[in-house]
Structure formats: structure tokens, C-alpha cells
Write a protein that binds this ligand. Structure first.
Ligand SMILES: C[S@@+](CC[C@H](N)C(=O)[O-])C[C@H]1O[C@@H](n2cnc3c(N)ncnc32)[C@H](O)[C@@H]1O
Length: 243
């Protein structure tokens, strides 16, 4: 991470996840052994009772990890993946094709409001996306938009970095977080740079605040199903059509 790194200042997501960050993303997220796999296994298990022919919306699908995992686990489900970053979507498209899943997956480059509204999704995922929206109102709008795409009572599984900065919990969790996430050769400066993205390009709220934000966007009280250091994951259900 350099001082020009887009993670050090509020940046549009399609610029934040540029070609270089996209190319390194899977390797980067694989640095904490088991983190991604555990999150995906929880995701698969919590969605297991959905109908066999479910339609799933993957918001901020990135390089496609959750979509590909679920598509392999549930062979009759169909998927729409959406993400504003062209480089992330290019990798996603390649991985989906290589996995032989292209006929069950539609991939759109863009924001959610560019997707036609059909209220036809049984469930949505939104993993590690909303914390990039620095304004709480934008985060709430993202979740409210997801609610509009779901069938009544549809499921949302979401995950975000959450823990308010400058609290004892934050201090306890960030040291191991960066120790595991940054490469072994990382310098003190790299640690400081990575830390300074928190609050400038990544919004870190207390998990309870994230929960009330999701709820205020038209969902039931989210149930926390996962925590690994700063990452928290929830399941909640759309309360009613959000017109
Ligand atoms: C950290 S990656 C997560 C990718 C994937 N969900 C995963 O867990 O591996 C965040 C992704 O969210 C996308 N993103 C950021 N803001 C978004 C928004 N407002 N709507 C949809 N996607 C967004 C970024 O382009 C990026 O691909």
C-alpha cells in the first residue's frame, strides 16, 4: 500500500477495485487461512432451506467467490451478480465460465439501481461491500435497494468490517487483523497506511449500528451468525415490499 493507494481516501468503488487490486484480490483474501472458506460454509448452511429453484442476487459479487461457491453447492439455483468494478467483474466472468456455471449466472457491471426491478429474488448476498460506503445514508440506501429486489420475506446474508474505531475492541482486533492480512515483509509504515484506510475509505461502525442500519432499510433485526476479527456477518429477512 503506497500513499497514492485509493484505499487511503474516499474513492468510487469502481476506482477502488482497480485492475491491480482485482488481480491480487483472491490471493489477498486468502491470507487469513480459513477466513473466506468459513464464511462461505456459513453462507451455504444458512441458505440451505431456500427453495431448490431459488434465484439469488449477489451484490458486490467481486471476483465471484460467494456466487461460485453457492452455484456449486446448489445446482438448480440461478444467480445475478452485480458489481461496479469492471476489473473485478472480468475476473468473475472468467472464473464463472471456467467453473462451467455461465448458463446459470447473469453478471452485470454497475450499481444495483441499474438492475431492472422484478422482486423475484429469494435471497441476496452482500459480503464485504457496504463498509466501503462512507455515508451511513448511502449504506442504508444500498440495503433498502436490496430489499426492493427480494420476494416478500426474502433472505439477506451480509458481512462487513465492523467495530468502532478507537474503542478497546478495535485496538484488540486490529493488531491481529493486520498481522494476518499484511505480508510478512510489511513494514511499520505499511501497517500505518493500512490502518489509516479505516475511517477514510472503510467505514467502521459498531456492529450494533450496522444491525440497526440494515433493520432500518426494511429488514428484520439481523442475527449475527459470524465473526472473525473485524468481519461480522448477519442474516436478516425482508419485512415487506419497500415501495
Ligand atoms: C471487498 S470486495 C468483496 C467481493 C466479494 N463479495 C467477496 O466477499 O469476495 C467489495 C466489492 O464491492 C464492490 N462494491 C463497492 N461498492 C459497491 C456498491 N455500492 N454496490 C455494489 N458493489 C459495490 C466493489 O467493486 C468490490 O468488488
Amino acid at each position: 500500500m503506497t500513499s497514492n493507494d485509493p484505499l487511503l481516501k474516499p474513492t468510487a468503488p469502481e476506482l477502488l477495485f482497480d485492475r491491480e487490486r482485482a488481480a491480487n484480490y483472491d490471493q489477498f483474501t486468502g491470507r487469513i487461512p480459513g477466513l473466506r472458506d468459513t464464511m462461505l460454509h456459513f453462507l451455504g448452511a444458512v441458505m440451505a432451506d431456500l427453495p431448490a429453484d431459488s434465484r439469488i442476487l449477489c451484490v458486490g459479487v467481486g471476483t465471484g467467490n460467494e456466487l461460485i461457491f453457492l452455484a456449486k453447492l446448489y445446482p438448480d439455483w440461478t444467480f445475478v451478480g452485480i458489481d461496479p468494478s469492471e476489473p473485478m467483474m472480468n475476473i468473475c466472468r472468467t472464473k464463472v465460465a471456467e467453473a462451467g456455471l455461465a448458463d446459470r449466472c447473469e453478471l452485470h457491471t454497475g450499481y444495483l439501481d441499474s438492475l431492472a426491478l422484478d422482486r423475484g429474488f429469494d435471497a441476496a448476498t452482500c459480503l464485504l461491500v457496504s463498509h466501503f460506503l462512507m455515508e451511513t445514508s448511502e449504506r442504508q440506501e444500498l440495503f433498502a435497494n436490496i430489499a426492493k429486489h427480494l420476494k416478500p420475506g426474502g433472505m439477506l446474508v451480509s458481512a462487513d468490517l465492523a467495530t468502532a474505531i478507537d474503542t478497546p475492541a478495535y485496538r484488540a482486533l486490529t493488531a491481529p487483523w493486520f498481522r494476518l492480512l499484511l505480508p510478512p515483509e510489511a513494514t511499520q509504515k505499511d501497517f500505518e497506511n493500512a490502518r489509516s484506510a479505516h475511517g477514510t475509505a472503510v467505514a467502521l461502525l459498531d456492529p450494533v449500528e450496522v444491525e440497526s442500519l440494515i433493520q432500518s432499510a426494511g429488514f428484520t433485526q439481523p442475527v449475527r451468525l459470524y465473526q472473525c476479527l473485524l468481519i461480522h456477518g448477519w442474516v436478516s429477512y425482508q419485512l415487506a415490499p419497500a415501495d
